[in-house]
Design a binder for this molecule. Structure first.
Ligand code: BES
Ligand code: ZN
Length: 441
């Protein structure tokens, strides 16, 4: 089986971690990966968690060699809206040099590049140059609720010098990219409870607070008119961008045009005083991810809904503390709600931002591997997305993480028609071989 065939097989498992009806599919994907890693001669096992299984694998660790932990996730985001896919999300196809499927880029394409890189190294040398530990999980897309306890329980077994992850992006095709920072995240849901039943809006309109109106007001209260987050204290602990970062990012070319194209939005909008990249990579945000309540069907229905909701997530930067931000948000939201509704605030997953030193010894080794793979200069960037477990690797295992992403800006992660260029997959396989070599020396 070629590496590409393996990736296509992996993509056929609908391993959607949020959806209980796919529980068996998530496990089947883990079982398939287990068999694949065993076929490479690694000592591999599935570990049960209260959720989806963790896959651990290792070669024989020998003293005196560097220990590298490769992390990836085999779960995927839900594929909906299904009608917008040009081919079914779990029937991968290659069109115009790109593999189309849910998970093609996030994260199965990148995870399988690790696996195929190992396979190629083993085929060429019969051995790996490092002590290797593989940790693949099935719950990244739901915030890795069981992974921190797993790290704590397996601290000794997982001890390593460095973690490497390919689950971020490249600035452009062919440009080796080292991501030295990620934003953190903090989620919450506000449920607005009003009357005990849906009310006739003619009979009762004007006498009680309307939960849908309150939900809209709460959502709108998160920002000022120009796009700054309006929660008091929100920016207090934000670490300012450094001059070298602003300069390095400015050299990457015009991010605004590309983002306009990728998003299809009529214009960009956001916090004044920062350009588009700075706002995405180094500034914190508040986003409404969903809002609802009341009549959603055809035509009008004259009701005052008894409840409504807003789902909110914050992207965080160093040195914001996720729990402290949720406290501030909760205080703010409660202060904005009128009498006549009861707010129920349910906290969701959290993770701190991550920042590491790209000039560290192993950071430099990773940059050499990127240079050898892609040629040219390596782009040093931060990213807006979050991989909360990298902070846990630091806190529990004491290890830094090298983020060597392969996703391109137009791979449509989390969206319909997610795709991964075959050329990116092949480059990823070479990168993994170079990386092992560089990290060994
Ligand atoms: N691969 C992404 C994270 C990512 C994407 C990092 C792009 C940098 C650039 C990951 O699978 C993801 O989507 N993470 C979630 C985390 C959340 C569910 C806790 C995210 O960022 O929304
Ligand atoms: Zn993702």
């Amino acid at each position: 089986m070629s590496a590409l065939d393996d990736l296509l097989t992996c993509l056929r498992f609908p391993s959607v971690s949020t959806d209980p009806k796919h529980r068996g599919d998530v496990r089947a994907c883990a079982d398939w990966l287990l068999a694949k890693l065993r076929s490479l001669g690694l000592d591999a096992a599935l570990h049960e968690t209260p959720g989806h299984p963790v896959l651990l694998a290792r070669n024989v660790h020998r003293p005196g060699r560097r220990t590298v932990l490769l992390y990836g996730h085999y779960d995927v985001q839900p594929p909906e809206p299904l009608g917008e896919w040009k081919s079914p999300p779990f029937e991968p196809v290659v069109r115009d040099g790109r593999i189309y499927a849910r998970g093609a880029t996030d994260n199965k394409g990148q995870l399988m590049a690790h696996v195929a890189g190992l396979e190629a190294t083993l085929a060429a040398h019969g051995d790996l140059p490092v002590n290797l530990t593989i940790l693949f999980e099935g719950e990244e897309e739901i915030g890795s609720p069981n992974l921190r306890p797993f790290l704590e329980a397996h601290r000794d077994e997982l001890a390593c010098d460095i973690v490497a992850i390919s689950d971020t992006g490249m600035v452009a095709a062919g440009v080796g990219t080292f991501t030295y920072g990620l934003r953190g995240i903090a989620c919450l849901e506000v449920r607005v409870h009003g009357p005990s039943i849906d009310l006739h809006s003619g009979i009762f309109g004007g006498t009680v607070a309307n939960p849908a109106t309150v939900a809209a007001r709460l959502a709108a209260s998160l920002h000022d008119a120009e796009g700054r987050v309006a929660i008091p204290g929100f920016y207090d602990s934000v670490r300012p961008l450094q001059e070298w970062e602003r300069a390095a990012w400015a050299e990457l070319g015009d991010g605004e045009t590309e983002t306009l194209e990728l998003t299809g939005s009529p214009a960009l909008f956001g916090e004044p005083g920062f350009n588009e990249r700075e706002r995405r990579w180094a500034r914190p945000t508040a986003e409404v991810n969903g809002i609802g309540g009341g009549w959603q069907g055809a035509g009008s229905k004259t009701v005052i809904p008894r409840e409504a909701f807003v789902k909110i997530s914050f992207r965080l930067v160093p040195d914001q503390d996720p729990a402290a931000i949720l406290d501030l948000a909760e205080q703010h939201l409660r202060s904005q709600a009128p009498a006549g509704v009861r707010l129920e605030i349910v906290r969701g997953h959290t993770g701190s931002a991550y920042l590491t030193d790209p000039q560290s010894h192993l950071g430099q080794a990773a940059c050499r591997a990127l240079e050898k793979t892609f040629g040219g200069r390596v782009a040093l960037i931060r990213e807006g997305g979050s991989i909360p477990i990298v902070q846990d690797f630091k806190q529990v295992l004491g290890a830094d993480t090298l983020l060597l992403g392969l996703a391109l800006p137009d791979c449509q992660a989390h969206a319909p028609n997610e795709n991964f260029p075959v050329a990116s997959f092949e480059a990823g396989i070479r990168l993994n071989q170079e990386l092992l070599r560089e990290l060994a020396s």
